[in-house]
Design a protein around this ligand. Structure first.
Ligand SMILES: *Cc1c(COP(=O)(O)O)cnc(C)c1O
Length: 359
């Protein structure tokens, strides 16, 4: 039998229907597409880190629960004493573990859309239904539609990115609280952009047994080590932890994570710089006149360009050496939309100048 027939026969239809998560090459470009922290580590920090990792016992398996790293992350992220935590190879892996824990035929995963695409992708890989509930035109939660969808679908898990990606806004915390009491499923509040906002559900963990809070170190400046943290009720975490593969956090990542959290003020200062650069970038984008700029509590800004011009502007920026994210065509709600990550001030300047020229 040839490969095509074999694939047709054996690969699950929901996998065949997926397209792989595409990451465009960024060589030599000003990279403003992936919500990375643009600031490198200070030289003395790098030196001190090398001394830590050079002592690593790489012949041994890592600490299976990454106890030291758990303790430092708990403190750094103000996890309430009553909550339990577990770690993942990026928060993406934790999303996968949550979904695997409840995956069974007929179960539904829900999220407002547009949002982070991995919720839908992971639900599909695990063979589950996904119900995407449209956000309002200003990207706020459509309370009526969301609550009706929960009644109708009885989702096992609802994912809420808070702030939301790719829109940048925070959902109404009162609606989220209402939703936590009315749904019988889990509610995962994904706080990937916590370093760039004052809002958080972390301190509410004791109040709702069905609330899980997801964090990552990726956006604060450690995207390269792939490390995420899930916090929630110990009884729930005990179950979810059973889906975790042994030793999922490598020794180098454990050491690096602990070291970085011991120097958290460096990352806090960088996050502060990103927040103020976000304000400037937002103001300059608005000055360009022809754009709709959406308010952001994250380290990126979503904006809508004049009708029909998004693809050309994206390509023009790329030609000018700037890589951002083109969301045009990904859904109706994001038609004509582009998303730019907040970079260093000079990078933001290169982007703004190029965009102004192209408009
Ligand atoms: C970037 C992002 C993540 C993924 O984080 P990793 O820890 O790098 O896997 C999760 N959720 C949202 C909403 C994101 O934007």
């Amino acid at each position: 039998m040839d490969v095509k027939e074999n694939i047709q026969r054996w690969v699950r239809p929901e996998i065949r229907a997926l397209s792989a998560y595409h990451v465009p090459p960024a060589d030599g470009l000003v990279k403003l597409d992936a919500m990375e922290n643009p600031w490198p580590w200070p030289a003395e920090l790098r030196q001190a880190w090398l001394e830590v990792v050079q002592a690593a016992a790489l012949n041994r398996y890592p600490d299976p629960t990454a106890g030291a790293l758990q303790a430092t992350l708990r403190a750094a992220m103000s996890v309430p004493a009553a909550a339990q935590v577990m770690l993942g190879n990026g928060s993406d892996e934790l999303i996968q573990m949550i979904v695997q824990t409840i995956a069974a035929p007929g179960r539904v995963i829900m999220a407002p859309e547009p949002t982070f695409v991995m919720y839908r992708q992971i639900a599909a890989v695990c063979g589950l239904e996904f119900s995407g509930v449209p956000l309002s035109s200003d990207f706020s939660l459509d309370r009526g539609q969301l609550f009706a969808a929960i009644e109708a679908w009885q989702p096992a898990v609802i994912f809420l990115a808070y702030p939301n990606n790719p829109t940048g806004n925070l959902f109404d915390a009162n609606v989220i609280r209402e939703l936590l009491t009315m749904t019988e499923g889990l509610v995962v509040v994904d706080e990937a952009y916590a370093p760039f906002t004052d809002a958080s559900f972390m301190s509410s963990l004791g109040e709702f047994s069905n609330l899980l809070v997801l964090r990552t170190v990726s956006k604060m400046g450690l995207a390269g080590i792939r490390l995420g943290m899930l916090a929630g009720d110990p009884a729930w975490l005990e179950q979810i932890d059973k889906t975790r593969l042994p030793y999922n956090i490598g020794t180098l990542n454990q050491l690096t994570g602990v070291f970085a959290m011991q120097h958290k003020p460096v990352f806090d200062e960088q996050a502060g710089k990103i927040r103020s650069a976000r304000g400037e970038l937002d103001a300059r984008l608005r000055e360009l006149g022809s754009l709709t700029v959406y308010p952001s509590e994250a380290n990126f800004i979503l904006f809508r360009v004049p009708e029909g011009r998004a693809d050309a502007l994206y390509a023009g920026l790329r030609e000018a050496g700037v890589l951002i994210k083109n969301l045009n065509g990904s859904s109706k709600a994001l038609q004509d939309c582009l998303r730019v990550t907040v970079g260093q001030p000079d990078e933001n300047g290169v982007f703004l100048d190029a965009l102004a020229r192209l408009l």
